[in-house]
Design a protein around this ligand. Structure first.
Ligand code: A2P
Length: 335
């Protein structure tokens, strides 16, 4: 089993290495790939050094799996080249997500759509993943009609350079800026590019990806995506209207019994999900559960998860685990 990690030096790539080690993902050979400026350097994995190689060398090695987290244009160009040599690509960028031929997978929800024919499998957007993980058990019981979501997204979602911008601003240092405005002591209602209808690409990702993951075009989603000067994870205020009425205690129980979800909802003791608690955890944390008293069948909740973990690395590694466990990849054996 050969595993290539494309974007191994980035924030998500680094988290991938942590997740692969923690989950003891089975492979014989690790091929870390990054841009030409990093080739020849090394990365550490389980106390061993691995040389960073070029994309071309990684393709020539014909890995069984390649997990990509190196941006959309890199994926568009190189994922098909890995696919051509038989590699299963799990891609963390938005390049393939809405392509009808590519599966968009959150394993707890729709891993069953995967087949041995799939070669480029898309990992959804971080904000979408944590929202749908929290919504899935409720959708299956009460059927979602409409979701209104506002996000409070960590700077880690914009990569290393964004974390540097925040830290540089905090220490009044010069340096490159990735956001069009200061991010420290500020809030930017602007993630990714704006479309003509006034929405950002991040907001539209949440709309379209939610429908694709649930396989249900009738679900209406409207989003406002906001960058905040936080680092441990993304937070979301989610207002969801169901076709059927619900009981709040039952909602709490459904969520508490969902693998990968942790309910933190004890407001008397100031317990609710926060990025500082979600940081470096794999779960999606849900709290502030309450009825929307302005209309029937509607719930308000607060959802937090580490965007580099379940929003990216953990979800991608879970997809790879599913491929191996279900014998979709023939060369590997997993316990
Ligand atoms: P490098 O460190 O050599 O620039 P982040 O989003 O945290 O900035 O990380 C982006 C990741 O994608 C890094 O590992 C970066 O490598 C990698 N990367 C960027 N462009 C390419 C490319 N053309 N080919 C391979 N890896 C790339």
């Amino acid at each position: 089993m050969k595993l290539a990690l494309v974007g191994a030096t980035g924030l998500v790539g680094t988290e991938m290495l942590n997740v692969l080690a923690q989950r003891d993902f089975p492979f014989d050979e690790l091929l870390p790939v990054a841009s030409a400026r990093s080739v020849g350097k090394t990365i550490e994995f389980k106390n061993k050094s691995y040389p960073i190689i070029s994309m071309e060398d990684a393709i020539a090695a014909q890995p069984d799996i390649a997990i990509f987290s190196a941006g959309g244009s890199t994926s568009l160009e190189y994922a098909p080249k890995f696919a051509e040599v038989g590699t299963f690509v799990v891609d963390n960028s938005s390049a393939w997500r809405m392509n009808p031929a590519n599966k968009l997978v959150v394993p707890e929800i729709n891993a069953r759509v995967l087949t041995e024919e799939d070669r480029i499998i898309a990992n959804p957007n971080c904000s979408t993943i944590q929202m749908v993980v929290a919504l899935a058990p409720l959708h299956w019981k009460y059927q979602i009609k409409r979701v209104v979501v506002s996000t409070y997204q960590s700077v880690t979602g914009s990569g290393k350079a964004a974390v540097d911008q925040l830290m540089n601003e905090r220490s009044e240092k010069e340096g490159d800026r990735v956001y069009p405005h200061p991010i420290d002591m500020n809030v930017l209602p602007h993630i990714d590019v704006f479309f003509d209808n006034g929405y950002t690409k991040e907001e539209i990702k949440m709309v379209n990806e939610t429908k694709k993951i649930f396989g249900d075009d009738s679900i209406r989603v409207t989003a406002t995506a906001v960058r905040v000067p936080a680092v441990g994870g993304h937070s979301e205020a989610v207002n969801v209207e169901f076709a059927q009425d619900f009981d709040l205690d039952e909602v709490r129980e459904l969520l508490a019994n969902t693998p990968g979800v942790v309910v933190q909802d004890d407001v008397k003791n100031n317990i609710y999900p926060m990025p500082i608690w979600a940081h470096q955890k794999d779960e999606v944390f849900v709290g502030r559960l309450r009825r929307d008293e302005t209309q029937p069948n509607t719930l308000n909740m607060w959802v937090v998860s580490d965007n580099l973990r379940k929003g990216a690395a953990t979800n991608a590694v879970q997809i790879a685990e599913y491929l191996v466990k279900n014998n979709l990849i023939k060369s590997a054996v997993m316990g």
